[in-house]
Design a protein around this ligand. Structure first.
Ligand code: SAH
Length: 234
């Protein structure tokens, strides 16, 4: 998501980051789950449990750690963002994932959404178009002990055909239209969660379910603002 961070906020968070220990983060995570997820419409107990466990502060720049559990997106490297916790939880809940599922994520970014998914499913495949982000997210996920996340650098508009079909696909960058390859790579009964709309404006988060006969049903969920899904590195 596109946000601007005012300088005083960074100065404050620097001071707080020095004082905050693991315990403070655990408490901050509990508060996040209670106030920003449970109090809204996140009701899937598995999603709430995992959001209460994954260390989001490990996926944000060190200087912004004290804000890791606030309910907003934060900047990461390469002018990209880590999505707001509520949106990560909502997209995960909408995908109706099960333990034995294989899930594709488009837009690895920080690796946080990949970690949330990895805690809940058999295999996560994640594609990132910016090589530096793909590499740093893979290193982070490996350091945290995630062994069921497979990442690559590439254009996620095209999906990742070799490992298809996927029980769910989550796209964490806004596309001008629903990419046909992603529908094709969705298993029958699978769910695609994707923000669709113009760049740098409000988009609509869509939940698209593919029936056994291959037809799709689209539900508009909420207006959102994501960074754009780009087709080639700028
Ligand atoms: N899921 C991420 C959110 C990252 S923001 C997280 O939890 O942190 C969206 C990401 O999508 C950015 O890192 C951006 O570089 C990436 N992206 C944009 N277009 C893409 C494309 N065509 N294929 C793969 N990744 C893309």
């Amino acid at each position: 998501m596109r946000i601007s961070v005012a300088i005083p906020v960074i100065v404050m968070s620097l001071a707080a980051a020095h004082c905050a220990g693991q315990e403070d983060y655990a408490e901050a995570r509990r508060t996040m789950v209670r106030e920003h997820l449970r109090a809204r419409d996140i009701s899937d107990p598995r999603v709430l449990e995992v959001m209460g466990r994954v260390p989001r502060h490990e996926f944000v720049p060190a200087i912004l750690r004290s804000q890791a559990y606030a309910d907003h997106a934060l900047p990461i490297a390469e002018s990209q963002t880590i999505s707001q916790p509520y949106i990560v939880a909502l997209m995960t809940q909408l995908a109706e994932i099960e333990e034995d599922h294989a899930v594709l994520e488009v837009g690895t970014g920080s690796g946080y959404q990949s970690a949330v998914l990895a805690e809940m499913v058999r295999e996560v495949y994640t594609i990132e178009i910016i090589p530096e982000l793909a590499e740093s997210a893979q290193a982070k996920l490996a350091a945290l002990g995630y062994e069921n996340v497979y990442g690559k650098t590439g254009d996620g508009y095209l999906g990742w055909e070799e490992n298809a079909p996927y029980d769910a696909i989550l796209v964490t960058a806004a596309a001008p239209e629903v990419p046909p390859p992603l529908i094709a790579q969705l298993a029958p009964g699978g769910i695609l969660v994707i923000p669709v709309g113009p760049q740098s404006q409000v988009q609509q988060l869509l939940r698209i379910e593919k029936a056994e006969d291959g037809t799709t049903t689209t539900k508009v969920i909420i207006p959102v603002v994501f960074v754009p899904l780009v087709r080639e590195r700028r």
